[in-house]
Write a protein that binds this ligand. Structure first.
Ligand code: GLN
Length: 453
């Protein structure tokens, strides 16, 4: 803990932490030392972690990196973090993210962008760490924590992991409790770990996962020993290569990376088969209807009364308007407007209902694939390596949304996915591969991920 607190002070230039909690960290480390002295170590005793600022931490400022939450200090702790502390982990601080987890570059945070610790060879250009869990990924990559919590609605764990050479796991929908996590799109959101190795991610997920009566969408299933799956043989497993992911204009580098990953799995005894996920091309447009629709509803609670910031007005409606106008950033306002529009009378059937039907078709594509004996699907994690700060999405938000092309289908179908570092681009930047698994079969992803890493 002391070593990490020191590293955090030296690494402030990355802007990965939005709040450092050295007093809590030292107090928790002391409790861990005492437990160790008594010979009562838990699975995470003394392990220093960073927590994405989307997780409610009791008495510790939680903002979702939005001005609208102001200095909000939750009077409760999220279930996921409660379980991490139960197992002995230590809180180092709260990590930066895109405002309300809306973004792919960590540039929408009210605390400013996070800087990726990686640079292109021979270049000083500052790169994004990906998003929305950019603080989590950058902090893990730069050794400012041993592991971090993150959340993934459309790729926010896997894409930043790929951009920083770390491992990110988005578990099956329902595997981790969402209780006490600031909601973005409730039918897509899942918590998961970002870590330096597949093994570390497996250890963290075991503590984070599990049924919670406070989240009715969390599933009552035993949590396996994920670590035991690391190093398990993948011999005879059928791995699908979806032809629809070979998108137009795909860079030869990404194609080569994908091929290399397939070769490694083959060398480990897996069988590679081409599969078809025909509705893939509708995933991105459908996601960018469903996610904003749910967001517009979830964000209605920020009214200047219940949480954080308030900007007064002459009457209550004016107070709502002033608070929301000043409290939300541009991307969040865009999502609220899109979401409200697609849910409004006359447009609901044309957009929201249709997007939900597309979602079912996407899910069925995967079900067909798995029914044919496929154990997991291998794809690139992102269409490119990390890009420069300010380089994308300025004039055209859709340019930024296209980043999520390989990740959103997994959330739409509720499946588990892992991003594993698999190589470097010509400029020396990390590139990641993604493995998509059957529902509640994270274990297979850990076994396969370890072969690739
Ligand atoms: N980039 C996607 C979005 O902005 C996904 C974000 C996420 O997974 N939280 O909606």
């Amino acid at each position: 803990t002391d070593a990490y607190l020191k590293a955090m002070a030296g690494g402030r230039g990355l802007n990965a932490y939005v709040l450092e909690t050295p007093d809590q960290a030292r107090a928790m480390a002391k409790v861990a030392d005492e437990a160790l002295a008594r010979g009562e170590a838990g699975p995470l005793t003394g392990i220093p972690l960073g927590i994405k600022d989307l997780f409610a931490t009791e008495g510790v400022r939680t903002t979702a990196c939005s001005k609208i939450l102001g200095e909000f200090k939750p009077p409760y702790e999220s279930t996921v973090t409660t379980q991490l502390w139960r197992d002995g982990a230590v809180l180092l601080g709260k990590l930066n993210n895109d405002e309300f987890a809306m973004g792919s570059s960590n540039e929408t945070s009210c605390f400013g962008p996070v800087i990726n610790p990686w640079r292109r060879e021979g270049s000083k250009t500052k790169l994004v760490p990906g998003g929305s869990s950019g603080g989590s990924a950058a902090a893990v990559a730069a050794n400012l924590c041993l592991g971090a919590t993150a959340t993934d609605t459309g790729g926010s764990i896997r894409q930043p992991a790929a951009f920083t050479g770390t491992v990110g796991v988005k578990p099956t929908y329902g595997r981790c409790s969402r209780w006490g996590i600031v909601a973005f799109a409730s039918s897509l959101d899942q918590a998961g770990p970002i870590a330096r190795t597949v093994r570390d991610a497996a250890i963290l997920l075991r503590s984070m996962a599990g049924h919670d009566p406070k989240d009715t969408t969390s599933v009552d299933r035993a949590v396996p020993d994920y670590e035991a799956a690391v190093g398990r043989s993948v011999k005879g497993m059928k791995i699908g290569i979806p032809k629809e992911y070979r998108i137009e204009g795909m860079s030869p580098e990404i194609e080569a990376l994908w091929k290399r990953g397939a070769d490694w799995l083959k060398a480990a005894g897996a069988e590679l088969v081409e599969v078809s996920l025909p509705h893939t091309r509708y995933a991105l447009p459908a996601y960018y209807i469903v996610a904003p629709a749910e967001a517009s509803s979830n964000l209605a609670r920020y009214d200047g009364v219940r949480y954080g910031a308030r900007v007064p007005g002459h009457n209550i409606v004016e107070m709502y308007e002033n608070t929301r106008a000043a409290g939300f950033g541009a991307e969040v306002k865009r999502r609220v407007m899109i979401g409200t529009y697609v849910l409004s009378a006359g447009y609901y059937d044309a957009y929201y209902l249709r997007a939900q039907k597309v979602r079912t078709l996407i899910k069925r594509d995967f079900e067909t694939c798995f029914a044919n004996g496929v154990s997991a699907i291998l794809t690139p994690a992102t269409p490119s390596a990390a890009f420069g700060i300010g380089e994308k999405g300025g004039a055209d938000p859709v340019e930024m949304y296209l980043n999520d092309i390989f990740t959103v289908t997994v959330n739409m179908a509720g499946l588990p996915g892992i991003a594993v570092p698999a190589g470097r681009d010509v400029q020396g930047l990390p590139l990641g591969l993604q493995l998509i698994g059957r529902p509640f079969d994270e274990e297979t992803l850990f076994s396969l991920g370890e072969v690739i890493e």
